[in-house]
Write a protein that binds this ligand. Sequence first.
Ligand code: PLP
Length: 368
Amino acid sequence: MTQAKPTRPLPRPGIMDIHAYVPGKSSAPGVAKIYKLSSNESPLGASPKAIAAYRTLADKLADYPDGSSTRLRETIAKRYNLDPARIVCGCGSDDLLHLLASAYIGPDDEGIFTTHGFLVYEIAVLAAGGKPVIVPETNLKADVDAILAHVTERTRMVFLANPNNPTGTYVSMAEIKRLHDNLPAHVMLVIDGAYAEYVRRNDYSSGMELVRAHDNVVMTRTFSKIHGLANLRLGWAYVPDHVADVLNRIRGPFNVNGPALEAGIAAIEDGDHVAYAAEHNEKWLAWLSEEVTKAGLTITPSVANFLLVHFPTTLGKSALDAEQFLTKRGLIVRNVASYKLPNCLRITIGTEEATKLIAQALHDFVKQ
Ligand SMILES: *Cc1c(COP(=O)(O)O)cnc(C)c1O
């Protein structure tokens, strides 16, 4: 039997199964002042030193950047006591997640992530031609035993955001170690530490020691959250030598731009700005968690820079109603229906002003 010839170029199988990522909204029509609490951006912005470093490149836009991000890798290595040869930088950590999937996952291979895991994992697995395997969570938290129960001969990668977006929950280092101990050697554990700097828990670790000690663990990090550089698109991964070799073969030769490199170096060196952002978040996350609870809504306790708020069906008003109510006040939050959380909204911890307005608005919404 001969197959009809396609009349136009066709993408590989799996590509058309992808639902394109829909970012958090950034406007509220007809509202004068808006507070964007929909993309987990830093309310404190970038370090003034990072902004100044970014500006130094304005006169050099015609030049190619350093394609191996050497100074940035050395700065990160010094800050965290890592081997610079094992750091790979990317155009946001999304870039690195896609590179990992495309290098290690092929047709019929499986990539594991959890029900409410970060949406980019599913996109990366499908884009690579692989099969997404979605593992149930327990109380909106990744469940190590459930993940292990889904590992097969075909599993190539396990993606785990720790803490996870959009739930804000985390898995302790002891549990991550147990997960790793029970994974076959051919399976790569990808720990996404986008919010690692915010976590204030003694049983938490971003996973660097695990990467250092094993051939099948990688950690990704971003400058988009606590460093306040989302617009520059900068991320990095700490990986075993053999994985660095692979990623350096397939990444774009200039996948990080010069202004991002300069700003990233200054951001890492400005430890005070990071500490300031972490303290701001610790204070207002706790405050908002309490206020939302007082308003009669439930929250999922978060260790990150956002809060998942639940709108139970018994309230008689939906998460969508709440989103519209908040938008009218210029408070833009994240609808998380695409994360299979239709009764929830994710709210970024903003400035003091925005956080107080959100708390007041949620009180008013419940009462109205
Ligand atoms: C925001 C976020 C990232 C960061 O993505 P970038 O491409 O670095 O901006 C990665 N993982 C998770 C879970 C996130 O929420």
